[in-house]
Design a protein around this ligand. Structure first.
Ligand code: TYM
Length: 333
């Protein structure tokens, strides 16, 4: 039987090269082989304080971005158009312990960040509970594989724990255990601070937008942190990250040549930076062109995605119906 793949991304403004090389490029490649469902998870984007006027627009913008990099329209859905996710999320709340949720490092980090910024920062219950909704996103499609970056490993473990507890409770191996799939580069780092992952929440300089123009990419790569001082035989994280970006951008020959220079001790960082900026700019230019093509008819795209969401919803509805039977709830009709 064809295996099922599920993954999602939050519409929080931009899509960066961490998202792309860590997960979305894999989404595109997996479409050839498996039944794939990819969600733009707008309910998740509400967990941190956000601008209500921007969310809907960010959701559509991310849809255009995903289409521009090669995700197929028929595989895409918008989470709020499939409300069964949140209903299953509630059911899963009752199969997940507070203790397990308290150990989620992403919650601890994001909560801590907000509190550091302001003493009376608002940390929502949604932020705490969010991995349960993520488990529902995955299990509602009975996904075999979940292509994500390294930062999602702990959430995937929690999804498996929920599935296991559910199966034990209902006395049936109903849910399959979803497997995590990593790309070759499951963690891309910030070029401005290579000790941190590339991410939107850390601020503008900590991510490179996939749709940035060449000048912006060059500026960001030129100012990338390379050596942080101190003698060490190991390649510094910043230099390693640039090599990773260069390779991910498909510049294998240059990667090899510059690596030789590095090993010989003759590498000029400016050459590595220029080659990386060239590689990323070429990719970004191609994606931006494609996006311009796609967005020439936004109405048609919106119509298509509403249709695909409706189609994908059929699977979610069926799972939820079965789940409600299994846990002793009533089904409408
Ligand atoms: P999100 O929106 O933060 O990121 C989307 C995907 O990009 C990956 N990613 C990275 N990979 C490598 N290096 C990085 N610096 C980097 N930054 C982000 C993420 O690992 C992710 O795969 N909780 C999820 C969204 C979600 C989800 C799901 C994912 C909701 N439901 C169900 C999978 C299955 C999140 O916030 O991803």
């Amino acid at each position: 039987m064809t295996k099922t793949v599920l993954s999602c991304i939050q519409p929080t403004g931009h899509m960066h090269y961490g998202n792309y090389f860590g997960a979305v490029k894999n989404w595109v490649d997996l479409q050839e082989k498996y039944a794939c469902y990819y969600g733009v998870v707008d309910y998740h984007a509400m967990t941190m304080p956000y601008d209500v006027k921007k969310l809907r627009n960010n959701t559509w913008e991310l849809i255009y971005n995903l289409l521009a990099v090669g995700v197929k329209a028929e595989n895409l859905f918008i989470q709020s158009l499939v409300p069964e996710h949140t209903e299953l999320g509630w059911i899963f709340n009752c199969f997940c312990s507070v203790g397990h949720l308290s150990r989620m490092t992403q919650f601890k980090d994001k909560g801590k960040d907000s509190e550091e910024k302001s003493k009376d920062a608002f940390v929502s219950a949604g932020l705490f509970d969010y991995p349960v909704l993520q488990a529902a996103d995955i299990l509602i499609y009975k996904a075999d594989y979940v292509p994500v970056g390294k930062d999602q490993d702990q959430h995937l473990e929690l999804s498996r724990a929920i599935a296991q507890r559910f199966n034990n409770t209902v006395g049936k191996e109903y849910f399959v255990m979803p497997e995590t799939l990593h790309s070759e580069t499951p963690k891309i780092f910030s070029t401005a601070d290579p000790s941190k992952k590339m991410s939107k929440s850390a601020g503008e300089k900590h991510f490179i937008n996939v749709f940035a123009d060449e000048a912006r990419i060059r500026k960001q790569i030129r100012s990338a942190v390379t050596d942080q001082g101190g003698a060490s035989d190991e390649m510094s994280p910043g230099v390693l990250n640039l090599f990773t970006l260069l390779k991910s951008a498909g510049r294998m020959d240059e990667h090899e040549a510059l690596m030789k220079d590095y090993n010989a001790g003759t590498l000029k960082y400016v050459d590595l930076k220029d080659a990386t900026a060239d590689g990323l700019s070429a990719m970004s230019n191609a994606f931006t062109e494609k996006k311009a093509e796609i967005t020439s008819d936004k109405r048609a795209i919106k119509y298509l995605i509403k249709q695909s969401s409706e189609e994908i919803r059929k699977i979610a509805k069926e799972t939820l119906r079965e789940v409600k039977e299994l846990v002793g709830l009533l089904n409408v009709k």
